[in-house]
Ligand binder design. Structure first.
Ligand SMILES: Cc1cc2nc3c(=O)[nH]c(=O)nc-3n(C[C@H](O)[C@H](O)[C@H](O)COP(=O)(O)O)c2cc1C
Length: 1002
């Protein structure tokens, strides 16, 4: 080789080669030492050997480096004849001092490129190195055949394949036997399984017994939720024991590591001990009314449990006495012994009505508490309440019909009258009493007045005292200290004798049994106008109370009288939102009835579910495992997040545990296609089901020439004269608001009571009370139009002239009044024989005089007419563009005890679910006979189904009436539900429904 590199570069190259040769000699021995360190019994020595060999190798390297310096190179080069023994000059070891030396250096430099250095390069000797290597390998082979387990941490993490290659035998599980002993009280048998995935009863004792191919150095069970339980070697098997208190995941771990497939997570599903179930089998319903002559009340309960019900149970009996503001309650607990097998016990008791002292208006409420046999702590469960009520004579409730309407406003005014009577008697007898006693008696009546005021206050959903403005100039200041007033309410006023007034005691009792302050929803029981009246009554009561408590009954009387008058007006209200109509029972938990507890009740907001913007960790992982991403390994972060999310779901969720195990399997082997598919499948089951998001679809409709937003309207007389329902529903969203029928002149209506609860509806005899058309136009209509409502004005009359005048007055009504409904179910004073709607002539005449209103007219007809067809023909002849079918059905209710009519007017009109079939029939028959006449159907519409039924019968639109007394939001709800109903039943256009029973009618 010619010296094409510089002498310095040549030096570097030869020097490195020389050092490498030294290392090549030493390192095989270091490797042998290392292997020995790994496997030698005296490891400390082996580690020292390794360290020494490495030190020797390093020292050899350094020495070789030093030896092969520039002088070594010069002497090596000088062996070449061409360099004239003066290579030092070339390498700069001896700087040329003389001109001769410089000349010689130039000569060497000129020769250098032509120099063949290969001839003088030191040659490595192969043989000793080869021998050295062979000797080292032989030693390594000897060391490697020593049978010793690998040490930590190598042992643990060394993949079994490498371990095997190194000749190390790793353990694998060759046998699993797990004994499961459920707790003794369950009566379940012990069993042995051969799978590491377990399903065990709560608190079972589990004993693992495992067999390994090679004894591991150590083995243990590693639980996902905490403990690490060592497996102990005994008789060739590895054993551990653990009591299972919760579901979870665990892994069998051994040193050296088990094969990958055996390192997976195993599931422990736990079957919880279910609490017992208890129900009353006799009586079969929760609310029961005492029947005449009933002396005892037999009760039977059935309690079931997965493992066993304790033989003893406790019957809690609460008895309420008195009514109105004088309710008291007593409670006792009766121990009962059950009969029958442990898993299904029967408990019976006979309540002795005679001995209990139960009287009219009282309730007995019973609940059975049973225990199961769970250990160490039994689970106690209380049945729903079963109630026996001794109905007061005045209650208009149908026997045995749970949840049906109740008298919403009890007749408390008798009490207000009583206060007046007492106050007047006190004034009369004033002379008989000392001033002190007089003041005390007056104060006592004041306490009664206080209690009565609070009783009425609950119907406003508020505490009456707080509505009273303070008698100071800061009365209007927002945030004034109502809490002080509140505290005062609860404490009662100061009592000179015992520090607690009768009032405070009464209030405590009321709070206990009826929870007077907790009734904000009661506010919806009264219409706004009635609420206003009641509020005024409460203020008068407050003044009356103040005077009475100051010992001035004389001064209290005017207020007390005024309160009585106002309460009477409240009683005359023609709108009271009844809590329930119809026979569909509400899901009432009677156990709460007297507790006042509201916990666990669904909040309104519960109905709304947030639509997640981001996919959840589970969804993200599911997407990442999609078939289109087959080859892409899932990020660890994603697996972590999904695991965290699943753990947060709670340890007992079997599906979550199985998914956690599947995540773990994938984490261990990202390339495992089966694991990917399995995990994806499990995740899918955990993803929230997609919520159907029906897009509300308008259901535009038409009645004759009148275009409506949708086919659901309010029924006349049930939505007030104006925007009465606006606080509850969006009136603009309805097809139209049909207002209460107004007469041309103001009209006082019928005497109270005006409404009465019937079994499946209500009776009313409001008597068409109203302000007259002019006042209606001025006061009631504007707020209704402001609320965005489409208005159909309803008019009525007692003579043909009344109808004419009422219609004429509407001529200038705003355009928002799109039609006029002429209520013909009215007595015709000119024809003593009956109603307008019962006579075709009267119907035609009344209709024809209403043309002056200048807008489409609908004739509202009565089902009491018998044959409706001639009446419909007459109405059309009179100019009706459509007919509204039907008005109320004539009805009556009598109190057999008092032998009086339930309604002030005697008879009344029946409405609600009871008359729905009557309405369907009327609409059906008229639609069949007069397909050309548009019909608005009304009668017992409470939901989308009843609305759709009327449409199918032939109505173009429907009205919702009595249902608003149970739920003022009913018309809006029916309209919204009808959209959904159409979607669910594949109805694309509401027109498809109209008259469908006859073949579609438009
Ligand atoms: C309290 C009450 C007042 C009513 N007032 C009127 C009225 O002023 N004009 C009228 O045409 N119908 C009146 N009706 C009858 C309703 O408009 C409707 O025709 C009847 O109640 C049947 O429908 P429903 O079962 O949905 O309530 C009244 C009904 C009730 C319950």
């Amino acid at each position: 080789m010619s010296a094409s590199v510089s002498p310095q570069a040549l030096h570097r190259r030869w020097r490195v080669q020389a050092c490498a040769r030294v290392l090549l000699f030493a390192l095989p021995w270091s490797a042998v030492a290392m292997l020995a360190a790994v496997r030698a019994p005296g490891q400390a020595l082996a580690w020292m050997a390794l360290a020494t060999s490495l030190v020797i190798a390093a020292a050899g390297f350094i020495r070789a480096w030093r030896l092969h310096d520039v002088r070594w190179l010069a002497s090596t080069l000088n062996t070449h004849p061409q360099l004239d023994d003066s290579a030092e000059l070339l390498l700069g070891v001896e700087p040329p001092a003389s001109s001769m030396a410089r000349l010689q250096r130039q000569r060497l430099l000129a020769r250098w490129p032509l120099l063949d250095t290969a001839t003088i390069q030191p040659k490595p000797r192969i043989a000793p190195r080869l021998w050295n290597l062979l000797a080292a390998l032989a030693c390594a082979a000897v060391v490697a055949t020593w049978q010793r387990p690998l040490p930590e941490p190598l042992r643990r993490y060394l993949p079994p394949a490498i371990a095997q290659a190194l000749g190390v035998q790793t353990p694998s599980i060759t046998g699993i036997s797990i004994a499961i002993d459920p707790p003794g009280y369950t009566g379940l048998p012990s069993r042995v399984v051969d799978s590491a995935d377990l399903r065990v009863a709560e608190a079972s004792r589990v004993r693992w017994s495992l067999q390994f191919s090679v004894a591991p150095a150590k083995a243990w069970l590693e639980f996902d939720n905490g403990p690490r339980i060592a497996l102990q070697a005994r008789d060739g098997r590895w054993q551990a024991e653990h009591r299972i208190e919760r579901a979870g995941l665990y892994r069998i771990v051994a040193e050296p590591a088990l094969p990958l497939a055996q390192r997976r997570l195993h599931r422990i599903e736990m079957v919880r001990d279910q609490p017992p179930q208890v129900r009353a089998t006799q009586p079969g319903q929760s609310l029961n009314l005492r029947s005449a002559g009933q002396r005892d009340w037999p009760l039977a309960f059935e309690a079931t449990d997965d493992h066993g019900v304790a033989t003893s149970a406790e019957l809690r009996i609460i008895q309420t006495n008195g009514d109105g503001e004088n309710i008291t309650s007593s409670e006792r607990v009766v121990p009962l012994n059950g009969s029958g097998p442990p898993r299904k016990r029967r408990f019976t008791y006979v309540f002795d009505l005679a001995r209990s002292g139960l009287t009219v208006g009282n309730d007995v409420i019973v609940q059975l508490s049973v225990r199961d046999n769970r250990q160490p702590r039994a689970q106690v469960v209380r049945s729903a309440s079963v109630i026996l009520r001794w109905p007061p004579d005045t209650i208009g409730m149908a026997t045995g019909l749970d949840g049906l309407a109740q008298q919403v406003l009890p007749a408390y005014f008798r009490s207000q009258r009583q206060i007046i009577i007492d106050a007047e008697a006190l004034i009369r007898d004033k002379r008989k009493f000392s001033a002190d006693v007089f003041a005390k008696r007056s104060d006592a009546i004041g306490v009664d007045q206080h209690a009565l005021r609070l009783r009425y206050g609950q119907f406003l959903g508020e505490e009456a005292a707080e509505t009273r403005p303070l008698p100071t100039s800061d009365a209007e200041v927002a945030g004034s200290d109502t809490s002080a007033a509140h505290a005062d309410e609860h404490a009662g006023a100061n009592d000179p004798e015992d520090g607690a007034t009768p009032g405070s005691r009464v209030e405590e009792m009321l709070a206990e049994v009826s929870h007077v302050h907790d009734l904000p929803e009661a506010a919806t029981l009264l219409d706004p106008q009635t609420q206003g009246l009641l509020r005024r009554a409460l203020r008068e009561m407050w003044d009356s109370e103040t005077q009475l408590r100051l010992g001035q009954p004389q001064a209290a009387l005017p207020f007390a009288y005024k309160a009585l008058r106002l309460i009477k007006q409240v009683q005359q209200a023609d709108r009271i939102y009844l809590p329930k109509i119809g026979s569909e029972l509400p899901p009432i938990d009677m156990a709460r009835r007297l507790t006042g507890k509201r916990d666990g009740l669904a909040a309104r907001s519960d109905a709304f579910v947030r639509v997640p913007g981001e996919p959840s960790p589970l969804e993200a992982l599911w997407l990442a495992l999609g078939p289109d991403r087959d080859a892409v390994p899932v990020q660890e972060r994603m697996l972590d997040e999904a695991s965290r999310h699943l753990r947060a779901r709670g340890g007992d969720d079997d599906a979550a545990l199985a998914t956690l195990a599947a995540i773990d399997a994938l984490r261990a082997d990202q390339g495992c296609g089966e694991c990917r598919a399995g995990l994806r499948q499990r995740l899918w089951r955990l993803l929230p089901t997609a919520r159907a998001t029906p897009t509300p679809r308008p259901l535009p409709t038409r009645v004759g020439t009148v275009e409506l937003r949708n086919p659901v309207l309010t029924a006349s007389g049930t939505a007030g004269h104006g925007a009465e329902l606006a606080p509850y529903i969006d009136l603009a969203g309805l097809g139209a608001v049909v207002t209460k029928s107004v007469h041309a002149d103001p009209w006082p209506g019928n005497p109270a009571p005006r409404v009465h609860q019937a079994v499946a509806g209500m009776l009313n005899a409001v008597g068409l009370q109203g302000p007259g058309v002019a006042a209606w136009l001025a006061h009631d209509l504007p707020p209704l139009l402001d609320a965005g409502a489409t208005v159909v004005a309803s008019i009525w009359g007692r003579s043909i002239d009344d109808y004419r005048r009422a219609a004429d007055l509407l001529a200038d009504a705003p355009a928002g009044v799109v039609a006029v409904e002429v209520n013909l179910s009215c007595p015709n004073v000119e024809d003593r024989a009956g109603m307008f709607a019962h006579s075709d002539d009267a119907t035609e005449s009344a209709m024809s005089v209403t043309a002056g209103c200048g807008r489409p007219r609908w004739a509202k007809l009565s089902p009491n007419a018998g044959d409706l067809l001639p009446i419909v023909d007459a109405a059309v002849r009179g100019g009706a563009e459509a007919v509204t079918l039907v008005n109320t059905v004539m009805g009556m209710a009598i109190d057999p005890v008092t032998r009086r009519y339930q309604l002030g007017n005697g008879g009344g009109g029946l409405s609600g679910p009871a008359i729905h079939p009557v309405a369907v029939r009327a609409v059906h028959d008229v639609a069949a006979a007069r397909p050309d006449v548009p019909i608005v159907g009304v009668g017992g519409v409470t939901d989308a189904t009843t609305a759709a039924e009327l449409l199918v019968a032939g109505a173009s639109a429907v009205q919702v009436g009595t249902a608003t007394f149970a739920d003022p939001r009913a018309p809006g709800r029916v309209a919204a539900d009808l959209v959904d109903w159409c979607r669910r039943h594949g109805v694309g256009d509401v027109g498809e429904l109209i008259g469908a029973i006859h073949g579609t009618r438009s």
